[in-house]
Design a binder for this molecule. Sequence first.
Ligand code: ATP
Ligand code: MG
Length: 244
Amino acid sequence: MLQVEHLHKSFADFKAVAGADLTVRQGDLVAVIGPNGAGKTTLFNLITGHLTPDRGRILFKDVDVTGLPAHEICRKGIARSFQIANIFPRLSVFRNVQVSVLSQKKLSHTLFRPAQTLVVEETNRILDSVGLSDKKLDIAGSLSHGDKRVLEIAIALGNEPELLILDEPTAGMSPDETTTTMDLVKRLATEQGLTILFCEHDMDVVFNVATSIMVMQHGQTIIQGRPQEVRQNVTVQEAYLGGA
Ligand SMILES: Nc1ncnc2c1ncn2[C@@H]1O[C@H](COP(=O)(O)OP(=O)(O)OP(=O)(O)O)[C@@H](O)[C@H]1O
Ligand SMILES: [Mg+2]
């Protein structure tokens, strides 16, 4: 579904991404791991068009999307959440997701009623799928940190993506919230047939959930493989898993 080849991105003379390769197959749950500053967020920003690569290629469903602007990449079926939650804090939970569904469908609020009903049903379906139905009338800014992050996933789902990219979906969450959120991520992959790419610092989460793991260091891909292969890789053990 997604093929990233030899991607490079520098900020001034600092090489944030310096030879990143990544393969995401349909139905995969791919984790990108690597120390702070390894270039994970930058890589995601390059894939989603929030940054333009200096070199390399990004293919999505065999189409070259390298350098396309973010809104075009989103339209092609890639949606993402950010490392720091990105919601409308003064709007209700329901409205946050509805706005996303409306923009995907290019519908305005002045449209005739059947379209409005459709959007309401779709919005409710998404809220239900992430477990936020009972909080849909709450103001988004009043949600717990964990629920805000889940709301962000719901907003991304409003774009009807085929590939969902999550930048540290459990950052700052309690252990309980982390378990709930990763169960949700797994469910989205299996029940809704979504392909998911995420980065995450919690190795328990990664090795529990991922079907494929890519390891980054200094902007470069060290290895990508099944969890078992990655765990056994000596370079990875020394560089990142602390000899585990
Ligand atoms: N806009 C920018 N301008 C300058 N340097 C940047 C910019 N964005 C990222 N960097 C630098 O690039 C490197 C990679 O950053 P990036 O955010 O991609 O790392 P990361 O792997 O996501 O780290 P973390 O695990 O802490 O989120 C870091 O050294 C960072 O300081
Ligand atoms: Mg990051």
